[in-house]
Design a protein. Structure first.
Length: 105
């Protein structure tokens, strides 16, 4: 996949994330930053950073529980270590940091 294709797919995923975050009733704030970055902040001041990493052609999540990398494969963003889907992993990280069960759809 070339960089332009990656950026198009990653931007679409980040937009989908923003829409899911807007529908989520949990206690957090988020901000979209230039360069394909989403920054989520929770009531305790902890953060989750989601960003596209063009060189690796991956979307990365940095959370309290660790760093997670996702590659686009057959129409889905899949974790390079454990095979989980990106939105499922983000919801898990958000649940851990917010102390409430979060489901993103």
């Amino acid at each position: 996949m070339n960089e332009q294709d990656f950026n198009t797919l990653a931007d679409a995923m980040l937009e989908e994330m923003e829409q899911a975050l807007d529908r989520c009733a949990a206690d957090f704030d988020y901000e979209s930053k230039p360069g394909g970055v989403l920054e989520l902040e929770f009531a305790d001041g902890s953060k989750i950073i989601v960003n596209r990493h063009s060189a690796a052609r991956e979307i990365w999540i940095a959370a309290r529980s660790g760093g997670f990398h996702f590659k686009f494969d057959e129409g889905r963003w899949i974790g390079t270590r454990d095979g989980t889907e990106l939105m499922q992993s983000l919801a898990r990280c958000m649940s851990e940091q917010s102390g409430t069960k979060i489901k993103l759809d």
